[in-house]
Design a protein around this ligand. Structure first.
Ligand code: UDP
Ligand code: MN
Length: 283
């Protein structure tokens, strides 16, 4: 059954998708306007670090029309994923495990078979240096999770779109489920032979990060910063007058990245966001 479709391919970057055999892309996901704002900043951060890859975002119909059209200006492909389609086998599994909603939405990235290889990125990530060398790796390549390093963190992974893999992932979800209730638990029991790349490709610099000397030694090499956890960049308070973010206790090592996130947001995203959406997203 067809459960997602390409909404539209247009905008100044669409030539990349249709042009001279470019078939590699970064893929992200947003099921609401808050995460869509995150996706916009992530997209701009990849562009400003001169990625040569295509950018694709998967959204659900709950993303507002105004934000969707902004996404179309940054991403060459906006794919609407309808998780409510009752003819969808993903949805049937979802009925048994409603908490896996977002997980199933992320799995749709395997259906993007217009691309030969992709890198999935969570919408709460920021590119600070060009990470394109990730595309020299194959499925499944990722970074160790800092909570249980035998697992990979599913905020970034190199994958190969394939309807067959997608179907087998759904079967795996139905038969084995996810040990953490999220996509990470599911993907880690499916891709047991994953390959590790450096932490700089998914640097989780949250309040739980406690190895400060290593951060001081290697943090400068970071290519993708991941704002993992319940407090997302768009939920922090930003002072327009001083042009800086209010940094909560315990978030100090994150300050440069939060300020970079907000600088990009204020310059390239905020001017296009209608007032109504700002209130909704940035509460
Ligand atoms: N996501 C989404 N809507 C949600 C929750 C998650 O679109 O309500 C997507 C988004 O791309 C997000 C990813 O799923 O970055 C994983 O969730 P999150 O980043 O919140 O998890 P964490 O990295 O904090 O474990
Ligand atoms: Mn995340």
């Amino acid at each position: 059954s067809q459960i997602c479709w390409e909404l539209r391919t247009r905008g100044k970057f669409s030539g990349l998708a249709n042009g001279a055999g470019v078939s590699e892309a970064y893929v992200t996901l947003a099921t609401n306007d808050g995460y869509a704002i995150g996706a916009l900043v992530l997209g701009h951060s990849l562009r400003s670090n001169n990625t040569t890859k295509d950018l694709c975002v998967m959204i659900t119909p709950s993303v507002s029309v105004a934000i969707r059209s902004m996404l179309e200006g940054v991403f060459s492909k906006v794919v609407v994923v309808d998780v409510l389609d009752s003819g969808d086998s993903a949805h049937l599994s979802l009925m048994k495990r409603p908490e896996l909603g977002v997980t199933f939405t992320k799995l749709h990235c395997w259906t993007l078979t217009d691309y030969s290889k992709c890198v999935f990125l969570d919408a709460d990530m920021l590119c600070v240096q060009n990470p394109d060398e990730l595309f020299s790796h194959s499925e499944l390549t990722a970074v160790c999770d800092i909570g249980w390093p035998d697992c990979f963190n599913s905020g970034m992974f190199v994958f190969t779109p394939s309807h067959d893999t997608y179907t087998r992932l759904l079967q795996h979800a139905e038969t084995s489920g996810s040990f953490d209730g999220g996509d990470q638990g599911l993907l880690n029991t499916f891709f047991t032979n994953w390959q590790r790349v450096s932490f700089v490709f998914n640097m989780v610099a949250s309040a739980t990060y406690t190895y400060l000397p290593a951060y001081k030694q290697y943090g400068g090499d970071a290519k993708l910063v991941h704002f993992l956890g319940s407090m997302k960049p768009w939920q922090h308070r930003y002072d327009r007058n001083s042009g800086s973010v209010d940094i909560p206790h315990g978030y100090h090592h994150l300050a440069p990245y939060l300020n970079s996130w907000w600088a990009l947001y204020m310059k390239l995203v905020q001017p296009g966001v209608p007032d109504m959406e700002v209130k909704e997203c940035l509460q």
